[in-house]
Design a protein around this ligand. Structure first.
Ligand SMILES: [Zn+2]
Length: 332
């Protein structure tokens, strides 16, 4: 893991208003829910203020600010968590766990570490809840979901029950209910994002987030990037190197195609699960058979210039549900 860079570049004067969802007189947030302008300090102050208001609110009997800041498409606030009234003379219940799901717009110079630190969470949480394939590829303007504590997010499906969801992720049921402002026995709001406090992501999701799941299929000179070029769409990247150079699996997977396919020439396609596949084209020879399961960096073939090609190179693609994605977003 890279050392956390200094916060210097991330701390800037905010240029836009920070959401006022912590107003204790009205917890329903109705503004733009995206933090912009790199206002880490401001956001941090706001969160501290939030926590203060929540504590103050629950102690003084004022409704606590539990509305979560969601993306503009999900503006339905969850039910407020109402702690049971204190029994005669006994100390009041502790305030509920406080966490939010916020959307943050990445500013130039931001790293995931900056953002995580500013919002009191950790980079793995942010990478996994955003299904990042390589957290080093964060770009200014990207909108990332921020969970302001370590944990995961569960999107409620029909039939989900609190206890089963909490158990599945190793989360304490009471914490799960409290952080989401839910009562015991209450049905879960279908389609809404719920917080799984402290839940740990699966190993593969963490590897992906760190940019450690994919490997370069071969080494050479990048001669053509992904995307539109000269009026046509290039569905992968071209890596030029000499004929016969080994081509290896970018990630473990199953061979779903190994043979000749038109302009691709000799082609190997690997299925990595989850709708993700990789293509290795213009090969001079193929080293695998359809149906074979291969490890990361297993030899799948050798560089060539078969099919529609003007010289020896590997044409490499990554597809998600059949749609080409920029391989550079996945490669380390
Ligand atoms: Zn190409």
């Amino acid at each position: 893991m890279a050392p956390r860079p200094a916060m210097g570049s991330g701390v800037r004067v905010p240029t836009q208003g920070v959401p006022t969802n912590c107003d204790s007189s009205d917890s329903r947030y109705s503004g733009n829910s995206t933090y912009r302008g790199g206002g880490f300090r401001s956001a941090l102050l706001r969160l501290v203020l939030c926590a203060f208001l929540v504590v103050a609110g629950s102690v003084s009997g004022v409704p606590s600010a539990q509305a979560r800041v969601l993306g503009s498409t999900e503006m339905v606030p969850p039910p407020l968590y109402t702690p049971p009234p204190p029994v005669n003379g006994e100390a009041p219940m502790p305030p509920p766990l406080h966490a939010q799901i916020i959307e943050y717009e990445v500013q130039s110079g931001d790293t995931l570490w900056d953002i995580a630190t500013a919002f009191g969470t950790d980079p793995e949480t942010l990478a996994v809840i955003n299904e990042m394939q390589n957290w080093n590829r964060l770009r200014p303007g990207d909108r990332v979901k921020v969970l302001t504590m370590s944990g995961l997010i569960h999107k409620v499906a029909p039939g989900d029950e609190a206890e089963a969801v909490a158990n599945k992720h190793g989360v304490d049921l009471i914490d799960f209910l409290a952080v989401n402002g839910l009562q015991k026995g209450q049905s879960l709001p279908v389609g809404e994002d719920l917080i799984l406090p402290g839940a740990r992501p699966q190993r593969e999701a963490v590897l992906a987030a760190r940019g450690e799941l994919y490997r370069w299929p071969t080494r050479g000179r990048l001669t053509s990037p992904f995307g539109y070029r000269w009026g046509s769409f290039h569905s992968g990247i071209d890596i030029a190197t000499s004929t016969g150079t080994p081509v290896v699996a970018t990630r473990a997977g199953r061979v779903t195609f190994a043979g000749w396919r038109g302009g691709y020439g000799y082609l190997v396609i690997l299925d990595h699960g989850g709708g993700i596949s990789s293509y290795y084209a213009h090969l001079s020879s193929i080293a695998v058979r359809t149906g074979q399961v291969v490890d990361t960096e297993a030899l799948v073939g050798r560089v060539g210039s078969t099919g529609r090609s003007t010289g020896p190179h590997l044409h490499f693609e990554i597809r998600v549900n059949g749609n080409p994605r920029n391989p550079m977003d996945y490669l380390p």
